[in-house]
Design a binder for this molecule. Structure first.
Ligand code: ZN
Length: 415
C-alpha cells in the first residue's frame, strides 16, 4: 500500500478523510508545517510530535544543495536522516528555482539555475527533480512544474501551463521507472532514536491530541512493497479556463493526488479564492487535493471549507521568528511595548506549552533581547495554533457544523 484516501464525512463542500501513506496515516484536512532543510526552524522533532504534526514538508531545492541528495539517501532518506517517523512531503524544487528568477535559464528540457549558497550552476529537469525526490524518500513527492508569475498575460499563462503538462508526463514516466529506488528499505532505527522515542512516550503531554498523537511506534520500516506517491500540479495562472484545461490534462496523465500550484504569488486574496474554488470543481472527489503555499489561519479554514484536504505555509513559522503571533483573539505583535508588563498568557484559549507557562511580558522580553528562546517559543505557539485550528475544522466537519464553525473561526482570526 503506497497511498489510500478514504473520505469519511462531508459538510457542505468541506471533507474529512484519512490519507494513508507508507509512514503514517493522516487525518485530513491537514496543515503541513514547512521543514525547509529537514528542520522546521526552531522546533525539534519531538515537539512537533507533541503538537500533533502529522506530516511535514521538505524543500528539494534546499536539500539538493545542502547536504545533498546522496547524503540523505545514505541515511535512509529524510525519515532516517532527521529521525521523523510520521509522513513527509517534498516539493519538486520548481518553486524555489523560479522564485530566484534572475538566476535561471529555462527551456523545454528544464531549468538551469545558480545556487543561492555559492553561485554554482545546476540543472533541474522533470527527470532530475524526480530522481532527487526519490533519493530524499518522502512519502509524497511532487511533479516538476513551472510556477507562473503574477501578473502574466494570456499567451504566457497558456505556454507555462502547457509546459507544466508536458513536464508532468515526464515526471510520471521517470517516477514509474525508478520508484523502486526509494532508500527506505535499508533504514534501521538507531539506538539513539529508540531511546528518544521512549523518552517522548513517557512525557505526560505526548500524544494528548487524541487523533494523531501517541500512535507512533519507534521507526518501523514501511511495508517493503510500498513506494512513494507522485502528485500532479495544476497550473494556469489566474485564468479559470486555463486552470480547467490544466486540471483535465493532469488528470489524463493520472496521479493519486492533485495539487493546485501557482497561487499566493502576489494576487489579491479574492482572486486566490476564486481560482481555488473553480479549480476544485474539476478535480476528482475521491483523490486528495493539496493547495500549495497558503495561508493565514482564516484562509486555511476557508479553503478547508471549499474542499481542500492538504495545505502548507511558511507563515506560522516565519511570522513567529518576526514576533508575529496568531491567537484566538487576533494577531499579536509581541515586540510592542504594551506587553512589557502584561502578565497574561499569550492566548488564554490556547493550551500549548508556551501559553500554559509563560507571560506575554516574558515573551516580549525574550524577543526584545534577541534571545534564541523567543524564536523557539513563538514558533511552538504559532504551529500549535495552526494545527489546533485544523483539528477543530476536522471535528466540526464530523459534527456537520461547517458554516457555524467557519464563521466563528473567521471572526476570531481577523487581524
Ligand atoms: Zn499557545
Amino acid at each position: 500500500m503506497s497511498l489510500e484516501f478514504i473520505l469519511e464525512e462531508t459538510a457542505g463542500r468541506a471533507r474529512k478523510g484519512r490519507l494513508s501513506t507508507p509512514h503514517a496515516e493522516i487525518q485530513t484536512p491537514v496543515f503541513m508545517p514547512v521543514g525547509t532543510v529537514a528542520s522546521v526552524k526552531a522546533v525539534p522533532q519531538e515537539t512537533l510530535e507533541e503538537l500533533g504534526a502529522q506530516i511535514i514538508l521538505g524543500n528539494t531545492y534546499h536539500l539538493y544543495l545542502r547536504p545533498g541528495v546522496e547524503t540523505v539517501r545514505r541515511m535512509g532518506g529524510l525519515h532516517g536522516f532527521m529521525s521523523w517517523n510520521r509522513a513527509i512531503l517534498t516539493d519538486s524544487g520548481g518553486f524555489q528555482v523560479f522564485s530566484l528568477s534572475e538566476l535561471r535559464k529555462l527551456n523545454e528540457e528544464g531549468v538551469t539555475f545558480r545556487s543561492h549558497l555559492d553561485g554554482s550552476s545546476h540543472f533541474f529537469s522533470p527527470e532530475s527533480a524526480t530522481e532527487a525526490q526519490i533519493g530524499l524518500g518522502a512519502d509524497i513527492i511532487m511533479a516538476f512544474d513551472e510556477c507562473t508569475e503574477y501578473p502574466a498575460d494570456q499567451t504566457r499563462m497558456r505556454a507555462s501551463m502547457e509546459l507544466t503538462a508536458r513536464w508532468a508526463a515526464r515526471s510520471k514516466k521517470y517516477f514509474e521507472e525508478h520508484k523502486h529506488e526509494v532508500p527506505w528499505k535499508s533504514r534501521q532505527p538507531s539506538a539513539a532514536s529508540i531511546q528518544e522515542r521512549q523518552v517522548t512516550d513517557s512525557t505526560p503531554n505526548a500524544g494528548t491530541s487524541g487523533e494523531s498523537g501517541g500512535t507512533d511506534c519507534w521507526p518501523l520500516p514501511p511495508d517493503p512493497s510500498a513506494t512513494q506517491s507522485l502528485f500532479g500540479i495544476v497550473q494556469g495562472g489566474m485564468d479559470r479556463a486555463l486552470r480547467k484545461e490544466s486540471a483535465e490534462r493532469t488528470i489524463e496523465i493520472g496521479f493519486p493526488g492533485y495539487a493546485i500550484g501557482g497561487l499566493s504569488v502576489g494576487e489579491p486574496r479574492e482572486l486566490t479564492r476564486e481560482i481555488v474554488e473553480s479549480t476544485l470543481e474539476h478535480l476528482p472527489k475521491d483523490k486528495p487535493r493539496y493547495l500549495m503555499g497558503v495561508g493565514t489561519p482564516d484562509e486555511i479554514v476557508e479553503y478547508a471549507g471549499l474542499g481542500v484536504d492538504m495545505m502548507d505555509c511558511v507563515l506560522p513559522t516565519r511570522a513567529a521568528r518576526h514576533g508575529l503571533l496568531f491567537t484566538s483573539e487576533g494577531k499579536v505583535s509581541i515586540k510592542q511595548a504594551r506587553y512589557a508588563q502584561d502578565q497574561e498568557p499569550l492566548d488564554p484559549n490556547c493550551d500549548c506549552r508556551v501559553c500554559r507557562r509563560y507571560s506575554r511580558a516574558y515573551l516580549r522580553h525574550l524577543y526584545a533581547s534577541n534571545e534564541v528562546l523567543a524564536q523557539v517559543l513563538n514558533t511552538i505557539h504559532n504551529l500549535s495554533f495552526y494545527l489546533d485550528t485544523m483539528r477543530r475544522v476536522r471535528h466540526s466537519i464530523s459534527l456537520g457544523e461547517e458554516s457555524r464553525f467557519l464563521s466563528g473561526i473567521w471572526s476570531r482570526s481577523k487581524p
